[in-house]
Design a protein around this ligand. Structure first.
Ligand code: COA
Length: 183
């Protein structure tokens, strides 16, 4: 893996700075992550979400290898308003995109803006990357809307594919291929 290039540590979009999470981000992350509506579809997160969970999250982010797994904090006017990341599977030459934005900022196009920049960086950095995909609860309409706005195509829905907190839910998959990204 050592010969693999790594993605840029910082990316600038029209309105956001994407940079690695830092220990000073705990308060910002806690402020949005404790909101149960924000985590409605993020069932793996603890409930209630306490400050310690934000601290643990930040600690994990600082340990990422930045080759196989990268994650940026989305900073808007000096405040962290979300996160976006990629997990690479180099053997199969694809990557999975994940993201979140604080509820106070929903619907302003921030996630789409960040996702476009990250997908761009992924295809540019790894010239052999074939596809970037993302998946969401089939009921998570806004997340799927982001996928569509970044040029992804819906591949299908895996019925009752994932069980979290004892509940089985349908998972929708979207992807963008290198040739589609080039256009
Ligand atoms: C999904 C999420 C990241 C989107 O962030 P965002 O910054 O609001 O996204 P954008 O503003 O770029 O785009 C959201 C789109 O969804 C649409 N949308 C929002 N709520 C919607 C709803 N209930 N039904 C249909 N569309 C909806 C918005 O109108 C917008 O589309 P438009 O530009 O065509 O109007 C954000 O809602 C979030 O963090 N949710 C909680 C965490 C999460 O679910 N993460 C994804 C896990 S797969």
């Amino acid at each position: 893996m050592a010969d693999r290039p790594s993605l840029p540590k910082t990316l600038r979009t029209e309105r956001l700075l994407l940079r690695p999470f830092q220990f000073g981000d705990v308060d910002d992350v806690y402020a949005y992550a404790k909101d149960p509506e924000w985590s409605r579809f993020l069932r793996v997160l603890p409930r209630p979400y306490d400050r310690i969970h934000a601290e643990q999250f930040i600690a994990r982010q600082t340990l990422l290898d930045w080759i196989e797994h990268v994650a940026w904090a989305a900073v808007l006017k000096d405040r962290v308003v979300g996160g976006i990341g990629l997990r690479f599977n180099f053997e199969n030459r694809h990557a999975e995109l994940g993201y979140s934005i604080a509820r106070s900022e929903w619907g302003n196009g921030y996630c789409t803006e960040a996702a476009r920049a990250v997908i761009d960086a992924a295809f540019r950095t790894h010239e052999d990357l074939i596809r970037v995909h993302a998946r969401a609860d089939e009921n998570n309409t806004s997340s799927q809307r982001v996928m569509q706005k970044t040029g992804m195509t819906k591949e299908g829905v895996l019925r009752k594919f994932r069980v979290e907190r004892g509940e089985a839910f349908d998972e929708a998959w979207h992807s963008i291929l290198r040739e589609e990204w080039k256009q």
